[in-house]
Design a protein around this ligand. Structure first.
Ligand code: PBG
Length: 325
């Protein structure tokens, strides 16, 4: 009988190889980083074991290993200590992200740098836009101008892609126009197109100190009961000039990734967000070692299988290490 088993195996291997789209590759992973002011800082984030806030010197040190792991891109978030009503620090030439960008550019070769463009980490109220009328609404159009300024300041400092995550209407267009007008036609846009109002962002908000001080984000992030709206948002962003569209979170939204894949012929990024990471890593999690590895690979492969080309994930380094072996 052994010869029959062998033949079957060979047949299966052959077919599996042929439909190998769902293979995870280190080059498809995007690693998020939190950068903070100062020197010599490496501060662990309690709700996200293994993830740190780095000052830019330590960030560069940590990034030195990425090339040999095969990781090609990072997503950069700034931790701002000078917050105000309007989030002015977000577009300062000497802002924490702008300074880090220059430093990375100088010290690390061949890395794609994507920067988060939003206001929630820079405003005293913690919302993603400018708040008008004694906290009653977010002023979409004023926010667009600020987002364009932020994106431009990142491009000037060396970002390859800017990633607007504020979910304001028209944000991709206004950023695209500002970049083009100022000679940054080559700077790409990774649009957080379908971003749901989710309970899976908690650990991230701890890391960034960016929780809304009043109200919530349901007026500008999407209702998770709705899927057609996501496709509409994605279509709009493609029209406005997005180079890559994003679905976020990933795990509870595989259908959205799949429908996007079916409907649009564009690169798709999925954000395996902080709460999804914490599910596996969380304090008290009894999953360890090989079991943890298998679980992470299964989750990320599922996201790929659904149709994502890129996965933004806090697991990126360990996964790249596992894949290498
Ligand atoms: C900012 C932003 C958030 C995340 C990425 N960009 C938080 C939010 O919208 O509240 C979440 C990422 C994560 O949870 O890992 N707008």
């Amino acid at each position: 009988m052994p010869s029959i088993r062998l033949r079957r195996l060979r047949k299966n291997e052959y077919i599996r190889d042929w439909v190998s789209e769902a293979l995870l590759r280190p080059k498809d992973l995007i690693l998020p980083y939190f950068v903070t002011e100062g020197k010599g800082v490496k501060k662990s984030i309690p709700s996200m074991s293994g993830i740190y806030q780095f000052s830019s010197d330590n960030l560069v040190k940590d990034m030195e290993g990425l090339n040999s792991l095969g990781i090609k891109a990072i997503l950069l978030f700034g931790i701002c200590s000078r917050k105000d009503e309007k989030g002015r620090e977000a577009y300062s030439k000497n802002g924490v992200v702008q300074k880090a960008l220059k430093k990375i550019r100088k010290n690390i070769k061949d890395i794609v740098i994507i920067t988060d463009v939003c206001l929630c980490g820079y405003t005293s109220h913690g919302h993603c836009g400018i708040v008008k009328n004694q906290n009653f609404y977010i002023d979409n159009d004023t926010t667009l101008k600020t987002l364009a300024k932020i994106a431009l300041s990142h491009a000037e400092a060396g970002a390859d892609f800017v990633a607007p995550s504020a979910m304001m209407d028209g944000q991709v267009r206004s950023i695209r126009e500002a970049l083009d007008k100022n000679g940054f036609k080559e700077t790409g846009i990774l649009a957080y197109s379908a971003k749901y109002a989710s309970s899976f962002y908690g650990p991230f908000r701890d890391a960034m100190d960016s929780s809304p001080q009043f109200g919530n984000r349901k007026s500008y992030q999407m209702d998770f009961r709705n899927s057609d709206e996501a496709l509409k948002e994605i279509g709009n962003d493609i029209e406005e000039g997005a180079d890559i569209v994003m679905v976020k979170p990933a795990l509870a939204y595989l259908d959205i990734i799949y429908r996007t894949r079916e409907k649009f012929n564009v690169p798709i990024a999925a954000y395996n967000v902080s709460g999804e990471y914490a599910l596996v890593k969380g304090q008290g999690s009894r999953v360890k070692g090989q079991e943890e590895k298998n679980m992470v690979l299964e989750i990320l492969t599922g996201i790929k299988r659904a149709g994502a080309n890129f996965i933004i994930t806090y697991h990126a380094k360990e996964v790249a290490r596992w894949l290498k072996r």
